[in-house]
Write a protein that binds this ligand. Structure first.
Ligand code: FAD
Length: 275
């Protein structure tokens, strides 16, 4: 199938993009890398009147290095992060996860903001950025707001974004030298979407201990104080209580034992691979 006819705009500023999105009576859709939206248009799962292409907005491709965090524009691509054109403040976590997303052709075009907004539970950025404690910033006709990554995704394929809003940036805290992270994606072939994701971060100098069970049927489950589960990060594999995590998964609605076990093992492997 082919998309329905639509108008097309390619603004060069965020304010101009917001004006397009906020027009009364026009169903507008943003396109960034087009890797998820393209197929949805072709299958007519979305039928917008207007496509707003945000790839000419320089601000959305920029990166700001702050003292405690890095602010990554929404249109930075997976391969920009994989190739470390974005300074690494996560002790290699983001570059490593980026390299496992799909295939190079997808990574060249797909963007971090597009991935988060598409809100596929099996996608990689939502889980690792939730583990890293990142925030997203949205601009819209009503102003700007910043929320935690895990709250941005409200359910499968559903993000907390209004029609007139645009995701502009992702703020990722800098890890301290003592931080350790782990990520494990269970999938049959490299480059596929995950069946289960485990992610964790322990950063004792900042008092941070987070764990994520991702690729569930909905948004990832984020433990913001995972010290009991992973200890102080020095020997987390010794502390990890597989049965407790299994019970946790069950309480999250994972009734299928194989699915549950896949998620438990994903988190255990993330912890075993701690850097
Ligand atoms: C074959 C294939 C394999 C893949 N495998 C994986 C994988 O293993 N792991 C993984 O994580 N992902 C995977 N993906 C998805 C890929 O990472 C996409 O890049 C991503 O899902 C969407 O990013 P995009 O920039 O292409 O967004 P688009 O397709 O352009 O847009 C996606 C959605 O986000 C909205 N949007 C985009 N940018 C913004 C913004 N700044 N503000 C507000 N709304 C916005 C669009 O309106 C649309 O609704 C795969 C994709 C393909 C085609």
């Amino acid at each position: 199938m082919k998309p329905v006819n639509f108008d097309y705009a390619r603004p060069s500023e965020v304010a101009s993009a917001i004006r397009y999105l906020a027009q009364d009576g026009v169903s507008a859709k943003i396109i960034a890398g087009g890797q998820s939206l393209g197929p949805m248009l072709n299958m007519r799962l979305v039928q917008p009147d207007l496509i707003v292409d945000i790839t000419a907005i320089e601000e959305l491709r920029s990166v700001q290095d702050r003292s405690d965090a890095i602010v990554i524009g929404a249109c930075v691509s997976h391969s920009d992060i994989e190739d470390r054109r974005v300074p690494d403040v996560t002790r290699g976590a983001m570059a490593s996860v980026a390299s496992g997303i799909a295939y190079r052709a997808v990574r060249n075009r797909g963007t971090i903001g597009g991935s988060l907004t598409h809100a596929d539970p099996s996608a990689d950025w939502i889980s690792i950025l939730a583990a890293l404690g990142a925030d997203v910033t949205l601009n819209g006709s009503g102003g700007s707001r910043t929320i935690a990554v895990e709250n941005y995704m409200v359910g499968a394929l559903e993000a907390d974004i209004a029609q007139s809003e645009l995701l502009v940036s992702i703020t990722v805290p800098k890890l301290s030298a003592s931080a350790r992270w782990g990520y494990y994606k269970s999938c049959r072939k490299t480059g596929e979407f995950a069946h289960a994701i485990g992610a964790f971060l322990t950063d004792p100098d900042r008092g941070v201990s987070r764990a994520v069970i991702g690729a569930t049927e909905t948004r990832p489950f984020v433990m913001t104080d995972a010290a009991a589960l992973i200890g102080d990060g020095r020997n987390p594999e010794r502390v990890f209580d597989q049965d407790a995590v299994g019970r946790l998964c069950e309480s999250l609605g994972m009734t299928d034992p194989i699915d549950r076990q896949t998620h438990v093992v994903a988190l255990r492997r993330a912890i075993e691979r701690a850097h």
